[in-house]
Every structure is written in C-alpha cells, then in structure tokens.
Design a binder for this molecule. Structure first.
Ligand code: NAD
Ligand code: UDP
Length: 310
C-alpha cells in the first residue's frame, strides 16, 4: 500500500514510517518540522519507498494513497502552548483535511488521539466509555479540546459519509527520537540526569503517569489499522502506573547521575493520575504492551547519551 503519515518526521511518526517500510509499504511523510526533525528520517531519505513532503496539515493537500495516519500535532505541553491557536487549528483543520482526503480516496484514516481527552480524570483507570473531566478554557485546552473536536469530526465523517476511521487514544509514550528540547517528562529527566543538572519535578511528584515504550505503541497502531471490526476509540498505552517522583528516582539511579531532585510549581490543570484501561485493545486487537519501564528506559537513555555526546 501507499500510506501517508502526517507528522511523519516526529518521534512516533518516524518510528511508524520505519515499521511500515519494513512491512513493504510505500510511505509519504508529511510534516512542517515544527517539533519534528529531518534527523529522525535521515536514514529513510534515500529509500525508494520513502518520500518527504514539507507541508502544513492546516492547508489542504492532494495525494493518492490507500491509508492515512494523522499524527501531525505538537504533543508536549511547552510546544502546544507556544502557539495555542495554531495547535487547535492543527488538530481541527488537520482532521478535516485528512478526512476529506480519505472520503475522496475511500482510504482508511487513523487519528492519533490522546489520553488528554479524559482531562484530569475522576474515574481510574480510564476506560473508553468515560467522557472525561476537561477544562475548556485552560492552558491545556488548545490540545485537549482540539483532540476532542478531532474525534468528533472523525465520528461525524464516519456516520455521515461512511469514512473508514480508526481512532487510538494514546497514553504517555517515550523512546529514542524524542527531542531533547521536547519538554516532556521522560526526555527532560534523562537529559537533566545525563548533563548533571537538577531534575525538575513539577509539584510534589505524587501525580502519576503510565509510560509506554514506542515499540509497543506502534504495534498497537498497526493492529488497529489492520483489522476490520473495531473503529475505536481504543486506549493504547501501558497500564503500569508510576508517580513522577518514582520516575525521577529511577532515572537518577539508572544513569548513575549526581543530579539533585528539585521541585518547581505545578502547571495548572496538570492531571493528577492517569492509567489506561486496556481491556478493549486486549480483547479486540489481541494487543498488550510487553516492554517494562526499566527496559524501555535503558534504550532511551542510550539514545540520549549518544545524542548529547555529539
Ligand atoms: P512529535 O512532536 O515528535 O510529533 C509531532 C509531529 O507533527 C512533528 O514532526 C511536528 O513537526 C508535526 N507537526 C506539528 N504541527 C504540524 C502541522 N501543522 N503540519 C504538519 N506537521 C505538523 O510528537 P509525538 O509524540 O510523535 O506525537 C505524535 C502524535 O501522537 C501527536 O498527534 C500527538 O498528539 C499524539 N500523542 C502522542 C503521545 C505521546 O506520548 N508521545 C500521547 C498522546 C498523543
Ligand atoms: N513533569 C515534571 N517535570 C518535567 C516535565 C514534566 O514533573 O520536567 C510532570 C508534569 O507536570 C506532568 C508529568 O510530569 O505531571 C507528565 O508531563 P508530560 O509533559 O510528559 O506529559 P502530560 O502532562 O501531557 O502527560
């Protein structure tokens, strides 16, 4: 198949491109390089099945493809808050452009949605049937509400126009090719530990996240796209839950760093707990993650060590 990945030069998009090319597909990678980098796809540039197009998903596009994966959107709070209006446009107009293309081509289209649709949840762990607790006017809303609106669009195009959609709700995922400037917790802590800088915990560190290794996540994406029964939304993430303090201690210990843990103000609307209920993915996709946090951190630390060494 010929497959379009929007956001294909980002952390997850570039790993997805690797996987699809390995499976024998042709990949068109579209990206505006806001948070992505050519470095992530440099090894694919000469591959006969790979093409890079610098384009903004907000502007309509025409390509002939069999499938679309829509991943274009900054994912880290510092980047999505940098230009909040652009972020919500990226989610909403990007979704419309992908769906219009999918409608015309009768192509299956995948939406990279997020656990942020659950907001700061009062149900734990979060099953897909939970509607969430989201602030519509806060500093995270450009991302959370943008992604919620994108889900709405996906389901309306599905109901109204019969578009063949797949919607995955991704929980915190980490691994090699995250940008060192990304600002998300795993990359921040590792880079700080390797540089001997203070490890910055926002708040008291009692908030929780459940961290999924990218390799497990990509398997989940492909499992969802390659079956005909489930359109989603489906949670894809690792249900092993850690406090942010536990993560910081693990990173310090694994990097054998002298860094001190320091506390900074907790940003507003920061969710207190997050863990996916993955019963649906297990039963319908026969998918569950297999990489424990320590093992996944090992290759991520090795990646950043190499990166920082130049
Ligand atoms: P990333 O920032 O590395 O990748 C996003 C990519 O989208 C980048 O290459 C960026 O340049 C590109 N992009 C941003 N705005 C664009 C635009 N207007 N037009 C074209 N390209 C644009 O982040 P990631 O972690 O790889 O995230 C990929 C997708 O998965 C995002 O949609 C994100 O919301 C979603 N997601 C990721 C996580 C996670 O933990 N990694 C969790 C939930 C959802
Ligand atoms: N966090 C932190 N220090 C950092 C970066 C993040 O303590 O240097 C916290 C952040 O406040 C949040 C958690 O780690 O509670 C996960 O943050 P991230 O930005 O990775 O993802 P999200 O909040 O979107 O899940």
């Amino acid at each position: 198949m010929r497959i379009l990945i929007t956001g294909g030069a980002g952390f997850l998009g570039s790993h997805l491109a690797d996987r699809l090319i390995r499976d024998g597909h042709e990949v068109i990678c579209m990206d505006n390089l806001f948070t992505g980098a050519k470095r992530n796809i440099a090894h694919l540039m000469q591959h006969p099945h790979f093409e890079f197009v610098r384009h903004d998903v907000i502007d309509p596009f025409k390509v002939e493809v069999d499938q679309i994966y829509n991943l274009a959107c900054p994912a880290s709070p510092i980047h999505y808050q940098y230009n909040a209006i652009k972020t919500i446009k990226t989610s909403v107009m990007g979704a419309i452009n992908c769906l219009e293309l999918a409608k015309r081509l009768r192509a299956r289209v995948f939406q990279a949605s997020t656990s942020e649709v659950y907001g700061d949840p009062d149900v734990h762990p979060q099953p897909e049937g939970y509607w969430g607790r989201v602030n519509p006017i806060g500093i995270r809303s450009c991302y959370d509400e943008g992604k919620r609106c994108a889900e709405t669009l996906f389901f309306d195009y599905h109901r109204q126009n019969g578009v063949d959609i797949r919607v995955a709700r991704i929980f915190n995922t980490y691994g090699p090719r995250m940008s060192p400037e990304d600002g998300r917790v795993v990359s921040n802590f590792i880079v700080q530990a390797l540089n001997g800088e203070d490890i910055t915990i926002y708040g008291d560190g009692s908030q929780t996240r459940s961290f999924c290794h990218f390799s497990d996540l990509i398997e989940g994406f492909v499992a969802l796209m390659e079956q005909d029964d489930l359109v989603g939304p489906v949670n894809i993430g690792n249900p092993s839950e850690f406090t942010i303090l536990e993560l910081a201690e693990k990173v310090v210990q694994m990097t054998e760093s002298d860094s001190k843990i320091v506390h900074r103000e907790l940003p507003s609307d920061d969710p207190q707990q997050r863990r996916p209920d993955i019963a649906l993915a297990k039963s319908k996709l026969n998918w569950e993650p297999s990489v424990p946090l320590e093992e996944g951190l090992r290759d991520t630390i090795a990646y950043f060590r190499d990166y920082l060494d130049g």
